[in-house]
Design a protein around this ligand. Structure first.
Ligand code: NAD
Ligand code: UDP
Length: 313
């Protein structure tokens, strides 16, 4: 039996990771302060005891007893409205939180996985983005609380690797969506789906020509677990290289949901990246990973989940 600690385990990706790890025979401790996560994300997992929930702020420590074979550090606000509302807590969890999670892994000689992000590339001047690209981040803009905190977390992880010879892996996650993404999360896929299902206008920021590459959560989790179960340090991009403009996403959401909502245009947030698409050569070659779920299929599954949630009240 192997035992993993997942910080941010009650969040969107964290709770999917808990489920997938249990499916692969792991026991899991989910540590989360519920800042943006929900305990109910783990409702199906807590009763049989394979997942233990610890409500705690990991910026203050990760007080887990017992054996630990892996630490997956996923705690951090991730949606722009969330990290803009909690700038200092975001910097804190990327710095002190990462340090505490690394210390736990070090104490147990456990494998450590850091959830990093495509945001380390900022508003990229190279396209698509390979891991060799160093990024273009405004270090003092509002988004920097997230971008720089993740860049610092990567730096700290690699410093621990060099100083303590730790077994670490860094995954750079690109825009991931799917069931479990809370309706009020504020990211574009949940906003558009909920707006379409409510018959409300879809809010496109800017002129909608900026691009993103959206990865379905099952694909993302499969990639993260492939990295966990390897001994590669990375960083490794895990994302779907199919690139869409935000306007194309809005049109696809309307089509998939059959909604007749209109599209309205609102101001573009400061430093909103213009283009984003992962180069996944490294993930293919090192991990044998590539995504399988198309945007249209993933949106249909996510839309069905929002409808079910509504019926359940
Ligand atoms: P999420 O907001 O659903 O999950 C984050 C979780 O971390 C929440 O449960 C929250 O309560 C918890 N958390 C935040 N600060 C904490 C603290 N100090 N102590 C304990 N728990 C804390 O977001 P998500 O999309 O599931 O993101 C999970 C991770 O993946 C984050 O690290 C994020 O930066 C990274 N990531 C996500 C995406 C994406 O597209 N979803 C893209 C890039 C990176
Ligand atoms: N966006 C939008 N409408 C929304 C929410 C977001 O047009 O209701 C845009 C946002 O400006 C960005 C893209 O969609 O260009 C992706 O935003 P998200 O917050 O999902 O993630 P980001 O990649 O910016 O972190």
């Amino acid at each position: 039996m192997r035992r993993a600690v997942i910080t941010g385990g009650a969040g969107f990706i964290g709770s999917h990771l808990c489920r997938a790890l249990v499916g692969r025979g792991w026991d899991v401790v989910a540590v989360d302060n519920l800042m943006t996560g929900r305990r109910s994300n783990l409702d199906d997992l807590l009763p049989d005891g394979r997942v233990e929930f610890l409500e705690h702020d990991v910026s203050r420590g990760v007080p887990v007893d017992g054996p630990v074979d892996a630490v997956l550090h996923f705690a951090s606000p991730a949606s722009p409205p969330d990290y803009l509302e909690h700038p200092l807590a975001t910097l804190d969890v990327g710095s002190n939180g990462t340090r505490h999670a690394l210390d736990l892994a070090k104490a147990h000689a456990a494998r450590f996985i850091l959830a990093s992000t495509s945001e380390v590339y900022g508003d990229p001047l190279e396209h698509p983005q390979a891991e060799s690209y160093w990024g273009n981040v405004n270090p003092i803009g509002p988004r920097s609380v997230y971008d720089e905190s993740k860049r610092f977390a990567e730096s700290l992880t690699f410093a621990y690797r060099r100083v303590y010879d730790m077994n670490v892996g860094v995954v750079r996650i690109f825009n991931t969506y799917g069931p479990g993404l809370r309706p009020g999360d504020g990211r574009v896929v949940s906003n558009f789906l909920v707006q379409a299902l409510d018959g409300k206008p879809l809010t496109v920021y800017g002129d909608g020509s900026q691009t993103r590459s959206f990865c379905y959560v099952d694909d993302e989790v499969r990639g993260i677990l492939a990295l966990l179960e390897s001994d590669h340090a990375g960083p490794v991009n895990i994302g779907n290289p199919d690139e869409f403009t935000v306007k194309e996403l809005a049109d696809t959401v309307l089509d998939v949901t059959g909604s007749s909502s209109e599209i309205v245009y609102e101001p573009l947030p400061t430093d909103d990246p213009v283009r984003r698409r992962p180069d996944i050569t490294r993930a293919r070659e090192l991990l044998g990973w590539s995504p399988a779920v198309s945007l249209r299929e993933g949106l249909a599954r996510t839309s069905a989940w929002y409808q079910q949630e509504r019926e359940r009240g």
